[in-house]
Design a protein around this ligand. Structure first.
Ligand SMILES: [Zn+2]
Ligand SMILES: [Zn+2]
Ligand SMILES: [Zn+2]
Length: 416
């Protein structure tokens, strides 16, 4: 009989294949665990595909009419609707509409609270995992409902660019409360890395800003009123709530979906005669210019999720793998950026492409502030001598970064 597949693989699209491809191993006290290849991968290979344990769209993002499936974050606007809204051009029409993969005829609303799903499968999956408990029923517009109060409070503390959502924590509690095998769900969540009390304090400070102590206790009160459960009483104490908050803050992986970007990828793949190709490319270039003027950088449905297997990947400033969301939903594809040999550690980068090109000093500052660790990847080790050679320009640049701090985490791998 085959050995039972480790919990960590339980959300992979093909758990048996994933468990033959990679393994999570303890490295040392400093690095904790890491993910290692069990077989060779070629550059461009998909290492595994994984669904999050829980995920949620960001609350401001949803409020600003970025319509996404409440369960899988699939964008619900057609590419044309999406392009019209983002460019502010209501009469715009997209060529090749057949390349839009959105199927409004399949969309399903919860009959009790009207939240929208991309499909009957998502509606059922949400209902079975957490929505039976989180469904607001006829109170969905009642501002005094405890869950609405919690979300309002969260929005008033955490402005765009958003990096996390209180609803991830609500879905964690609801998933355990609803589950038949509650211990299994508690065990699954216990795989995510935890922090010391001081580190948790720093993470919460980073997420909520200067007034974080008072805000955290306000959130905890609202969270308890909406969701208290005896079995999980440890999550509702001041220390336990702070831990839960820090867990979501450090392990949450950004998810971005977009009907328009999916349509653009399909256009890029079309084989067209020269002139038509040029016309289409020019159309798309102009569209992105119009969108940039109207909307700036906020292109995608944005949210975050907790991914069991992906969360065991460590950071490197020269990563050999990266996450993407090519299916326009919450399915994370981890792809090899270079050839990877058996036994080699699989690392992703917590920094975006521009940040990775900065000096060691500058990279370390971002990683220290957002993720509380000192990077010792190959690149950083080879640049140790540069540590004290920061130029004045760079310090100025870092001050600017400091002002735009929120961007650092938000930009992390939400490309679609
Ligand atoms: Zn869906
Ligand atoms: Zn509902
Ligand atoms: Zn590094």
């Amino acid at each position: 009989m085959a050995a039972p597949v480790d919990d960590r693989f339980s959300r992979c699209v093909d758990p048996a294949k994933a468990s033959n491809s990679v393994e999570a191993r303890f490295i040392d006290k400093v690095k904790g665990k890491g993910l290692f290849a069990k077989r060779p991968f070629k550059k461009g290979d998909t290492i595994f595909i994984e669904q999050p344990l829980v995920s949620s769209q960001f609350l401001w993002n949803a409020l600003y009419k970025y319509r996404a499936c409440e369960h899988c974050l699939r964008a619900l606007e057609t590419a044309e609707e999406n392009a019209r809204r983002l460019s502010g051009l209501p009469a715009l029409s997209l060529p090749h509409p057949e390349l839009c993969k959105v199927h409004p005829d399949r969309h399903q609303a919860c009959p009790h609270c009207q939240v929208v799903y991309c499909s009957v499968e998502c509606r059922q999956a949400a209902w079975e995992q957490y929505h039976r408990l989180l469904c607001l029923g006829s109170s969905h517009q009642d501002p005094d409902h405890p869950l609405n109060k919690l979300q309002d409070a969260w929005r008033s503390m955490h402005y765009p660019p958003e990096t996390s959502s209180i609803m991830i924590m609500a879905k964690m509690v609801a998933s355990i409360k609803q589950a038949q095998d509650k211990e299994r769900w508690q065990r699954l969540f216990s795989h995510f890395c935890s922090r010391s009390a001081n580190e948790e304090e720093e993470i919460v400070h980073k997420l909520l800003g200067e007034k974080f102590q008072g805000q955290l206790s306000l959130l905890r009160n609202l969270f308890s009123t909406a969701l208290y459960e005896d079995r999980l009483s440890q999550w509702f104490t001041p220390e336990g709530f702070r831990s839960l908050f820090a867990l979501v803050g450090t392990n949450g992986q950004g998810i971005g979906t977009s009907s328009l970007s999916q349509w653009v990828h399909a256009c890029d793949a079309l084989e067209l005669p020269g002139q038509q190709r040029e016309q289409l490319d020019a159309f798309i270039d102009q569209l992105y210019k119009d969108i940039d003027k109207e909307t700036g950088d906020f292109l995608n449905c944005e949210g975050s999720g907790l991914f069991l297997l992906q969360s065991s990947c460590n950071h490197s400033c020269v990563p050999n793998a990266e996450a993407s969301f090519p299916d326009n939903n919450f399915l994370l594809h981890l792809n090899a950026l270079s050839d990877i040999g058996p036994g080699e550690e699989i690392c992703i980068s917590y920094l975006d492409v521009c940040q990775r090109d900065r000096s060691r000093h500058s990279r370390h500052k971002i990683l220290r502030e957002n993720y509380l660790f000192i990077c010792s990847c190959q690149k950083c080790m080879s640049q140790v001598q540069e540590a004290d050679m920061t130029s004045e320009e760079e310090e100025e640049e870092e001050e600017e970064e400091g002002e735009a701090e929120g961007d650092d985490m938000e930009d992390e791998m939400t490309d679609v």
